[in-house]
Write a protein that binds this ligand. Structure first.
Ligand SMILES: NC(=O)c1ccc[n+]([C@@H]2O[C@H](COP(=O)([O-])OP(=O)(O)OC[C@H]3O[C@@H](n4cnc5c(N)ncnc54)[C@H](OP(=O)(O)O)[C@@H]3O)[C@@H](O)[C@H]2O)c1
Length: 290
């Protein structure tokens, strides 16, 4: 029986990136739908649930994507509500690459650092990638500073993280000028820069000024990059005693995780792959024992 992946994209045009990854993950039939909403998704889910017997349903799966992560989360909720009993298919949510990117970044950190108790700072922590990176760091028991240009947004991100990680050690902070970002990073062991594309937080020469910094990861690939001292292609390159990863340095692991996650959808009909499950997969792919 052929494997079928139904791509439910909240944007009008389904993402070509997600389509290529599906094909490269050996999906045999890809059905792509655009402008999918909680209001129109039920019929599409029924079409997947009721066409194959329960034992065959592991050959059908759903991928939820699109540029709007909040819409993707609502869609995941509606899709999950539509399933009942054994009448379900596996589903993965990775709108805008948020889960695979954050998972790959924090799994990369785990290769070099014991995250428990480490002083981590996430710049741009209110975006979909930064928020998930901060959640995963909190899950790993790091002390996480959650940075936004607005204190309210940073505090609200901390509240969101605390609802997901009961004992999260998270502190809100705000900065908007390069000197303020630099100041906040002064005591950090780990910096994750997850700002919007083309936003530079830490200017050239800053990394060597941060005492005790061991690892810095920048996820912004669009010039100017988020940490000027880190090249976009760099992967575990040591500079000034700091191990550095640029966006494409993390991107290799992210792509492997995305493909493994798609392939794993067809191992059973009851998987729900989102932040935590995708992170577990990233640790496995990175060869880190859990
Ligand atoms: N390497 C990969 O494989 C990969 C995959 C996906 C995404 N990415 C990259 O990961 C980064 C994060 O993605 P995302 O979708 O979470 O980003 P995003 O939502 O576009 O932005 C993240 C945060 O950056 C802050 N920000 C926005 N404009 C700013 C400005 N002019 N100055 C300072 N801060 C600003 C905002 O926080 P406040 O408003 O709260 O300050 C925002 O919540 C992006 O650079 C994206 O391109 C990389």
């Amino acid at each position: 029986m052929k494997t079928i992946l139904a791509q439910f994209d909240t944007d009008a045009l389904p993402s070509s990136f997600d389509q290529v990854v599906a094909v490269d993950s050996n999906v045999e039939q890809l059905f792509s739908y655009g402008s999918v909403t909680p209001g129109n998704v039920t019929g599409l889910v029924h079409g997947l649930m009721f066409t194959r017997g329960p034992a065959e349903l592991k050959n059908s799966a759903i991928f939820i994507g699109g540029s709007d992560v909040a819409k993707g989360e609502l869609l995941l909720r509606m899709v999950s509500k539509t399933f009942f009993g054994p009448m379900r298919v596996s589903v993965m949510m990775d709108s805008n690459g948020c889960n695979t990117t954050a998972a790959a970044a924090i799994a990369s950190s785990r290769k070099h650092l014991n995250l428990a108790g480490c002083r981590a700072i996430v710049l741009g922590a209110t975006g979909p990638v930064g928020l998930r990176a901060a959640e995963l760091l909190a899950l790993e028991k790091a002390n996480v500073t959650v940075v936004s240009r607005t204190l309210d947004r940073a505090e609200s991100a901390c509240i969101t993280i605390r609802t997901k990680v009961a004992d999260a050690q998270v502190t809100a902070a705000c900065a908007s000028q390069p000197s303020e970002f630099e100041e906040l990073c002064q005591n950090a062991t780990l910096i994750v820069s997850a700002g919007a594309a083309g936003v530079c937080f830490l200017e050239s020469g800053v990394l060597q000024k941060i005492q005790g910094l061991k690892l810095a990861i920048d996820l912004n690939a669009v010039p100017p990059v988020g940490v000027a001292d880190i090249g976009v292609m760099e992967k575990a390159i040591e500079k000034f005693g700091v191990i550095c990863y640029g966006a494409l340095g993390v991107g290799g692991l992210k792509m492997k995780v995305h493909k493994k996650a798609i392939a794993s959808l067809f191992e059973s009909n009851d998987r729900v792959l989102e932040t935590r499950t995708i992170y577990d997969m990233a640790l496995q792919v990175a060869g880190i024992a859990t």
